[in-house]
Design a protein around this ligand. Sequence first.
Ligand code: 5GP
Ligand code: MG
Length: 184
Amino acid sequence: MTLYYNHALTPLFTPEAISARVTELGAEISSHYRGLLPEGDTLLVVGVLNGAFVFMADLIRALTVPLEIDFIRLSSYMDNQTSASKVVMLKDLERNAKDRHILVVEDIADCGLTLNWLLGYLKSREPSSVKLAVAIDKKARREYPIALDYVAFEVDDGFLVGYGLDSARRYREFPAIYSLDDEK
Ligand code: 5GP
Ligand code: MG
């Protein structure tokens, strides 16, 4: 356990463990798309900003099928008037998703709101297929239905930082994944 500012960081996944798991996932994903992609076509890998950028950078280098990248930026918030959770798009895709095979890359699936919204949005763009890859699955916290196709690690609970994940914009550059607790 290491203390930074007023936070206690407990390492959960080392850079070595992450790298080994991402290599495995890359092989699994590549074998799915190999043969499925029409000749001359590319996989469209869509990263969800900001948290997914580190995982996405590693994952695409573990893929052995031709690909293009694009990013979307989403933010979820609680609407005080309706007490409903909402998702807003802060940055749209730049590529046309129609008739493309899409692999969404996200940092964490938590309650599932963000990915549930994103799946609906992407499907309205008429892609050939959509699959979801996440670095972390907090399965026990799911409230919205989503089917994850590729998961690097599962955790029960806790707030995680590092490997692209932040707390108040800090810790994204840390190469390991930590669980963060406020120092008592
Ligand atoms: P969901 O819509 O599934 O509840 O939330 C997913 C988003 O919440 C993730 O994309 C991530 O940005 C954020 N999030 C959920 N859990 C954590 C966590 O443990 N650490 C960090 N840094 N972000 C989280
Ligand atoms: Mg996110």
